[in-house]
Write a protein that binds this ligand. Structure first.
Ligand SMILES: [Ca+2]
Ligand SMILES: [Ca+2]
Ligand SMILES: [Ca+2]
Ligand SMILES: [Ca+2]
Length: 340
């Protein structure tokens, strides 16, 4: 997910709240999710596809696929590209044997500058179980170099998986199932560093507000660092595993109680792999719900504004009048941009 600033992030947070409270009839100036659609047959196939990561340029999307023809065994990382954001995604290309191996390479995460690709793997050369690896390239047109293990500060004999890098490159979120200090099943952790040249600090467990005895995994940090999407099988969902989000007011605040993304996105299928498009109005995720090409597919759902400012359940001229009365002000009731 790659929102550029708090302005957009607030929209999405409102949207998440809307998804939760709309049934109560008290929604106003809210957003919700539209009907998810399958990303289509160019990217999806009868193999498993998931773990999408969209570049900041919106011209590259990395994803993982299991035993997709043309791969190197088990999960591999693939990329689909396009020349402009108005074009459809092109045919996926395997990242090749420098990156992919007979082991699993999965959960790609492209850095905001497009020059580092994180992923997790159980390939030889790690510290045990799954580890987080990265590969770099000198420029957007260069080839990805030989992957490097992130080292024994971040990785351990236990499980480290599903990296998500903050837009400033200074916080690395991941999940671990079994790392000492967890609450049971997978939990979310974060490692930080002072600059991108500094080593990573020992990972910190995200604590009891976010983690539970159920599974919390596949974190996805927003570009402004104020929303953390993840997947969980915790109670309160719609069956299987669901997408959830926790938010915080500033990067110095604690994470708040996680919210389920609601029934438009989550259903009784297994839903996971959250990613967000640069424009802040598209949520990507993977699911094995009906209507796909087989196995897991990548789906997208629009994030839709609801401009019911006075909360009477109708979007009409009364809402517009309130908007006009506060035009050019910072009245929070109306500050729902970027839509006018
Ligand atoms: Ca592989
Ligand atoms: Ca490990
Ligand atoms: Ca847990
Ligand atoms: Ca599929």
């Amino acid at each position: 997910m790659k929102w550029q600033n708090g302005y957009r992030m607030r929209i999405v947070l409102i949207g998440v709240v809307a998804a939760v409270v709309l049934g109560g009839g008290n929604a106003k100036a809210d957003f919700t999710f539209g009907e998810p659609t399958n990303l289509g047959t160019t990217v999806n196939s009868s193999a498993d596809e998931g773990s999408l990561s969209v570049s900041a340029s919106c011209l590259e999307s990395y994803f993982a696929s299991y035993n997709k023809p043309g791969g190197h065994g088990h999960y591999d990382i693939w990329v689909t590209k396009r020349k402009t954001i108005d074009e459809d995604w092109g045919s996926p290309v395997n990242l090749g044997p420098t990156i992919n191996s007979p082991s699993r390479e999965i959960a790609p995460e492209i850095s905001s500058d497009g020059l580092t690709l994180y992923f997790h793997s159980d390939r030889p050369g790690g510290y045990g179980d799954r580890d987080i690896w990265m590969t770099r390239r000198a420029s957007m047109s260069d080839h990805w170099r030989e992957p490097e293990n992130l080292g024994p500060i971040v990785n351990s004999p236990y499980d480290e998986a599903h990296p998500s890098i903050s837009s400033d490159g200074l916080s690395l979120y991941f999940n671990s199932d079994g790392r000492p200090g967890g609450y049971g099943e997978a939990d979310l952790w974060v490692a930080t560093r002072l600059t991108t040249e500094d080593p990573w600090s020992p990972p910190v467990h995200l604590g009891p507000m976010v983690n539970s005895s159920h599974s919390e995994f596949n974190p996805e940090i927003s570009a402004d660092g104020l929303a953390l999407f993840f997947v969980s099988n915790r109670p309160g969902g719609f069956g299987g595993q669901d997408l959830w989000v926790t938010i915080r007011a500033t990067e110095n605040d604690d994470w708040d109680t996680p919210l389920n993304l609601g029934p438009m996105v989550n259903n009784s299928s297994g839903d996971g792999g959250p990613a967000l498009y640069e424009d802040g109005f598209t949520l990507y995720f993977n699911s094995d719900r009906t209507g796909g090409m087989g196995g897991k597919d990548i789906w997208q759902a629009p994030i839709i504004p609801i401009v019911d400012i006075n909360g009477d359940g109708i979007v009409d001229s009364a809402d517009m009048c309130i908007m006009v009365d506060h035009w050019g002000t910072d009245e929070p009731l109306c500050d729902i941009g970027p839509m006018p």
